[in-house]
Write a protein that binds this ligand. Structure first.
Ligand code: E4P
Length: 227
């Protein structure tokens, strides 16, 4: 499963872009508002950090069809061709998704809570659908099960639409959607770290160092190999 970073925090983006195999960055109006400052400058800086080839998903804030189209075109001309226009699922959103995807724009239909919404979004030509996992689970619905349903529907229809799961509150949810057949997941920095953190990994590494130093002192393998 591909991994994207769900934040607009520039320090986090610099860090995870350097160390983790992220395929891009996703934002939404709340995420941009959280950081303060100019959203346009922030998005330009994010694009600069991740480069031209990685994906940048930016959500529209317009709600009328003509304005959504104008906003989407402006976004892509400003932030580059690997910019995906996030549009919440709705009647107007579906109309805009169909028009933009027909024009060759990448659209991520977001705020998806059901497999039915995802199915219709894929018919409208969405590149991605973004099912919200923890927002679903918090309502006692089965967010992970919804991803599994979407994966089954997409596989049997042969659609090119991919699943970009979002809204995670636990690392386990990330693993569960991967098992359920999800193509991509966008994850905040806290959960991203939790995905690799393990105390037994840390104690194992300490043990390796201790055993090496007991046997070879301050010599390093690199030093020994170089003679
Ligand atoms: C993706 O960018 C979604 O908007 C985001 O993951 C939603 O996450 P939240 O439910 O934690 O706000």
């Amino acid at each position: 499963m591909r991994i994207l970073l769900d934040t607009a925090n520039l320090d986090s983006i610099r860090y995870f872009n350097e160390y983790y195999p992220i395929e891009g960055v996703t934002t939404n109006p709340t995420i941009l508002a959280r950081e303060g400052g100019s959203p346009v400058e922030m998005l330009k800086e994010i694009r600069k950090i991740i480069g031209d080839k990685k994906e940048l998903h930016i959500q529209v804030t317009e709600t009328e069809y003509d304005k959504i189209i104008e906003e989407a075109k402006t976004m892509v001309s400003l932030f580059g061709k690997n910019t995906f226009v996030k549009i919440p699922v709705s009647d107007v959103g579906l109309k805009a998704t169909k028009a933009l995807s027909d024009m060759g724009y990448g659209v991520t239909v977001t705020a998806v809570l059901t497999a039915a919404q995802a199915m219709i979004a894929s018919c409208a030509g969405a590149s991605y659908v973004a099912p919200y996992i923890s927002r679903s689970e918090n309502l006692c619905a089965d967010g992970v099960g919804t991803v599994a349903e979407i994966a089954t529907i997409f596989k049997s229809s042969g659609t090119k639409t991919q699943i970009l799961a979002a809204s995670f509150k636990t690392a386990k949810e990330v693993l569960d959607v991967a098992v359920a057949g999800c193509h991509s997941a966008t994850i905040g920095s806290t959960i991203m770290r939790m995905l690799i953190a393990h105390t037994t990994t840390d104690t194992s590494v300490l043990g390796f160092r201790r055993d090496w130093e007991e046997a070879f002192g301050d010599k390093t393998l690199l030093g020994l190999m170089k003679g």
